[in-house]
Ligand binder design. Structure first.
Ligand code: DGY
Length: 314
């Protein structure tokens, strides 16, 4: 048996799978769609990344495929319905990245509110000439209102952090959640109008695609700071540029992009926008755990002949 891993992971997968007689192919260069179509013909499984589009053509080419293990919690890059039709399990990596991603949300929120990257730059460029009353003024976080768009595992983990900052917490979700502390279930319009900070923590789907557009930014508070660590396509990036230029909102902090890895060039020039390289789950422990989940899913399906624990299309 053989699996494809589209890029090297932080654990030695070859070693782990050798004892099960599962061979591993890790191409020297990340395969594009056509290369993938060529390679998957001989594969029993794939471990892929969120930047791999596992569309019908790829799935069709994989005659022997039994499992696609996505090295991510989001799985919008895979046609999971079509995989199911072909009796292929699709799995993701939930839970293990929840806290790391929520930490990054708060890191970005505080960095944006208190202008930390800009301040770092300021000092390094020798512009700090002594304490001044009006230097590097930012926005308060404590007791302000945080709107969380999408209240699954990560959204709720963000709320737990916000509680420590005594924030008023608003959220939108498909249904109201039972939380051990006060979180207000509101509609989308209330969320965008009343929040000082808005954190996007929803999956990308038909309903969320492009929902944060110019009209949405227009309804936000002038002091609002917009944070997206979920999926770039939930935001119309050119509309965000326009909103920042027109000072409709105070700032943004982005970890994900509409056409990743391409980024609206103007965002890179704006002081009120912090940019990160899609690093929500990027801690050593988390990325290791994500790899272990993928490998276990492969073993469950190919060796133990059972449904994997983190199946998203079963
Ligand atoms: C995911 O797992 O979906 C994240 O976007 C990766 O950081």
């Amino acid at each position: 048996m053989k699996i494809l891993i589209t890029e090297k992971l932080p654990i030695n997968v070859e070693e782990k799978l050798k004892k099960y007689n599962i061979g591993v192919l890790i191409p020297r260069k990340h395969p594009d769609k056509n290369e993938m179509i060529n390679i998957v013909k001989d594969m029993d499984g794939i471990i892929c990344l969120l930047k791999d589009s596992i569309v019908k053509e790829v799935i069709d080419a994989g005659n022997k495929l039994k499992i696609i293990a996505n090295y991510a919690v989001g799985f919008d890059n895979i046609d999971i319905k079509y995989a199911k039709e072909k009796n292929i399990f699709v799995t993701n990596t939930p839970d293990v990245l929840t806290e790391a991603t929520a930490d990054l949300v708060f890191g970005l929120l505080l960095s944006s509110a208190r202008r930390i990257p800009e301040a770092n730059d300021y000092v390094r460029k020798d512009r700090f000439k002594g304490w001044r009353p009006d230097e590097m003024l930012g926005y308060d976080v404590y007791s302000k209102t945080l709107g969380i768009f999408g209240f699954g595992r990560i959204g709720q983990a963000v709320a737990r952090r916000a509680k420590g900052f005594n924030m008023r917490i608003l959220y939108t979700a498909r249904s109201e959640k039972n939380m051990p502390f006060k979180c207000e279930y509101v509609d989308y319009n209330t969320l965008i109008k009343e929040s000082d900070y808005i954190s996007v923590n929803a999956p990308l789907n038909k309903e969320t695609k492009g929902i944060f557009n110019y009209n949405a930014f227009k309804q936000m508070k002038e002091n609002a700071i917009f944070i997206n660590t979920a999926r770039g396509k939930i935001v119309k990036e050119s509309d965000l540029v326009k909103a920042l230029k027109e000072n409709l909102i105070a700032g943004a902090a982005l970890d994900v992009y509409e056409n990743e890895p391409l980024i609206e060039e103007e965002l890179k020039t704006m002081d009120n926008c912090i940019l990160a390289p899609h690093m929500g789950s990027a801690t050593k422990d988390t990325r290791t755990e994500m790899a272990n989940i993928c490998v276990n899913a492969i073993i469950d399906v190919l060796i133990n002949k059972k449904g994997p624990k983190t199946c998203v299309n079963c």
